[in-house]
Design a protein around this ligand. Structure first.
Ligand SMILES: Cc1cc2nc3c(=O)[nH]c(=O)nc-3n(C[C@H](O)[C@H](O)[C@H](O)COP(=O)(O)OP(=O)(O)OC[C@H]3O[C@@H](n4cnc5c(N)ncnc54)[C@H](O)[C@@H]3O)c2cc1C
Length: 440
C-alpha cells in the first residue's frame, strides 16, 4: 500500500520550504490511482528550489519504484524503473565495465529526475545531454495512458527537460558506455585569471572528453577569474601505471563525512569564503595523473548534507548559459564587484541540445551558489534580464528566481512544448511550485 504523509520539503538549496502531502507508490497501479489532483513527481530532491515540491498538492516520491528491469550486454542499454538512483547504477555496473554517458555533479539523483531535467555533465560540449543516450521512456499520463516513448516521438522530447509536467516517468531506457578502468586520466591547470582560463579550455578541450573549471570569485582586478581548470578522459588499462593495472575496475565506496547541523549565519562571511577559496586554489596545483571517477565526477558527494553549510535560510544556485564568453566575463565581473560571492563557482563549455525546453546551447555556462541574504534577489533579478537580452537562459532544475516573462523570452520553443503538454495533461494535473511560478 502506498505510504501517504505530510512533510515540509524543499530542493537541495533548502529554499523555499513548502508543506506538501507526500505519497510513495509501490506499484504502477498505485501511481495511476494517485494522479488525481495537482501532483508532481519527485526523485531524490537534488533539484535546487521548487521543482519537485507542490504546496497544497501531492508529491509523488518515486523512490520505492527502484528495480533494474533488463540489461543488454551487447548494446549497453539498461532498462530500469525511474526511482533507481545513479549511485545504484554505478554500484552495479562500474565493476562490469560500464559507465553513464552523461553524469551530473552528484550521483544522488534518480533516472527519472535525470531525464526530466535532461541533465548535462562535463562533456556537454562534445557529447550532449543525457537525452542523447535515452533509448525509451515509459510515461504515465495524467489521463491514465501508459506511453512507450522513443526519440522518434515529440512527447519524448517534451518529457526530457519537461520537469515532470508531462506525466510520470515510470521506466527509463538508457545506454551506458564501455570503460576499461575506474580511473580518469586527469589534468588540472591552475590559472591566474579569466583570460588564462579561457585560453586553457581552448588549448586542452580538443584532447579531453570532460572539462570543467572552478573559479575563485572573490579575486578581482587583474586576478579576476583565477582558478583551476580540470580535464579528464576515461583511462584505458594500457595507460595505467603498473600498480593500478592489477584491479582496474572497482566501485568507489569511500567513507563519508556528514555536515552535522545547519551552519550559523555568522560563519558564512567574506572571511570564511576567502579562506575556503584560498585553500582550494593552493591545494589544486597544476597536475597530471590518474584519479578515480568518484574524485573527478563527485567530489561534493564526499560530505553528506553539505547544503547545511549555507545555514537555515538556505541558498540558491544561479546557473546560466550564454553564447558569448564576453557576456559571461561581464556577468562574472558584476558578481565579483557586488561581493557576497560563492564557495562554488563552476564554469563549463556547452554545446547543442535537442528538445523543446533545452537548457544547453553552444557557449558557456556559469553556476554560482549564493547564500540567501537580504538584497540578494534585488541584485540578481536585473542581472537575469541582462543575461536573457544577450541570448542566454537559466537552468530550470536549479532556478529559483525566474518569472514567466523571463522564462518565455529565453525558451523560444515553449509554445510548442506547451501544446504537447496540454495534449498529454488537458486538466493540468501535473503542477509544481515552479510551474505555478513560471505560469505554466
Ligand atoms: C551537488 C549537485 C550537483 C549537480 N550537478 C549537476 C550537473 O552537473 N548537471 C546537471 O544537469 N544537473 C546537476 N544537478 C541537478 C540535478 O542533476 C537535477 O536536478 C536532477 O534532476 C535531480 O534528480 P532527482 O532525482 O533528485 O530529481 P528531483 O530533484 O526530485 O526532481 C527534479 C525534476 O524532475 C522531475 N521528476 C523526478 N522524477 C520524475 C519522474 N519519475 N517522472 C517525471 N518527472 C520526474 C521532478 O518533478 C522535478 O521537476 C546537480 C545537483 C546537485 C545537488
Amino acid at each position: 500500500m502506498a505510504r501517504i504523509y505530510e512533510a515540509e520539503i524543499s530542493g537541495w538549496g533548502n529554499y523555499p520550504r513548502v508543506r506538501s502531502r507526500i505519497v510513495e507508490p509501490f506499484t504502477y497501479g498505485e501511481v495511476k490511482d494517485l494522479i488525481l489532483k495537482t501532483t508532481i513527481p519527485r526523485g531524490l530532491g537534488r533539484s535546487y528550489a521548487d521543482q519537485s515540491v507542490n504546496g497544497g498538492g501531492y508529491v509523488l516520491r518515486m523512490l520505492p519504484l527502484n528495480r533494474f528491469l533488463h540489461f543488454d550486454e551487447n548494446t549497453g542499454v539498461l532498462r530500469a524503473e525511474a526511482g533507481v538512483s545513479l549511485e545504484e547504477v554505478l554500484r552495479t555496473f562500474v565493476r562490469r565495465g560500464w559507465f553513464p554517458h552523461v553524469t551530473p555533479g552528484t550521483k544522488y539523483v534518480t533516472l527519472g529526475g535525470m531525464a526530466a531535467s535532461d541533465v548535462h555533465g562535463k562533456n556537454h560540449h562534445r557529447e550532449g545531454a543525457i537525452s542523447e543516450y535515452l533509448t525509451s521512456l515509459t510515461l504515465l499520463t495524467p489521463e491514465g495512458e501508459v506511453l512507450t516513448l522513443t526519440p522518434e516521438d515529440e512527447e519524448f522530447w517534451a518529457t526530457v527537460g519537461g520537469m515532470g509536467l508531462t506525466g510520470v516517468i515510470l521506466e527509463v531506457g538508457m545506454r551506458l558506455r564501455r570503460i576499461e578502468s575506474s580511473y580518469i586520466r586527469y589534468k588540472a591547470v591552475r590559472v591566474k585569471n579569466i583570460d588564462e582560463m579561457l585560453a586553457t579550455f581552448d588549448e586542452y578541450d580538443p584532447h579531453y572528453t570532460y572539462s570543467v573549471a572552478w573559479i575563485d570569485c572573490l579575486s578581482s582586478g587583474k586576478d579576476m577569474g583565477r582558478g583551476v581548470v580540470m580535464f579528464g578522459e576515461h583511462a584505458t588499462v594500457e595507460e595505467l601505471p603498473e600498480k593500478l593495472r592489477r584491479k582496474p575496475l572497482f566501485y568507489v565506496d569511500k567513507l563519508k563525512l556528514r555536515f552535522p547541523f545547519y551552519a550559523p549565519s555568522f560563519l558564512l562571511n567574506d572571511l570564511t569564503m576567502a579562506v575556503f577559496n584560498w585553500l582550494y586554489y593552493t591545494t589544486h596545483p597544476t597536475y597530471e595523473g590518474f584519479v578515480d571517477y568518484e574524485r573527478f565526477f563527485y567530489p561534493l558527494d564526499a560530505i553528506d548534507d553539505w547544503n547545511r553549510a549555507y545555514g537555515k535560510r538556505g541558498f540558491i544556485q544561479f546557473q546560466f548559459v550564454v553564447p558569448e564568453s564576453e557576456t559571461m566575463v561581464r556577468v562574472l565581473e558584476k558578481i565579483v564587484k557586488h561581493g557576497g560571492g560563492s564557495f562554488l563557482a563552476v564554469l563549463k563549455r556547452m554545446g547543442k541540445q535537442r528538445g523543446y525546453l533545452p537548457f544547453g546551447m553552444p557557449g558557456w555556462t556559469l553556476a554560482l551558489d549564493f547564500a540567501i541574504k537580504p538584497g540578494l534577489f534585488d541584485f540578481l533579478r536585473p542581472l537575469m534580464r541582462e543575461i536573457v537580452k544577450e541570448g542566454g537562459r537559466f537552468y530550470l532544475t536549479k532556478d529559483a528566481l525566474m518569472d514567466g516573462a523571463i522564462f518565455r523570452d529565453s525558451y523560444p520553443d515553449f509554445p510548442k512544448w506547451y501544446e504537447i503538454r496540454r495534449k498529454l495533461d488537458p486538466r493540468g494535473v501535473m503542477s509544481s511550485d515552479m510551474s505555478r511560478r513560471l505560469g505554466i
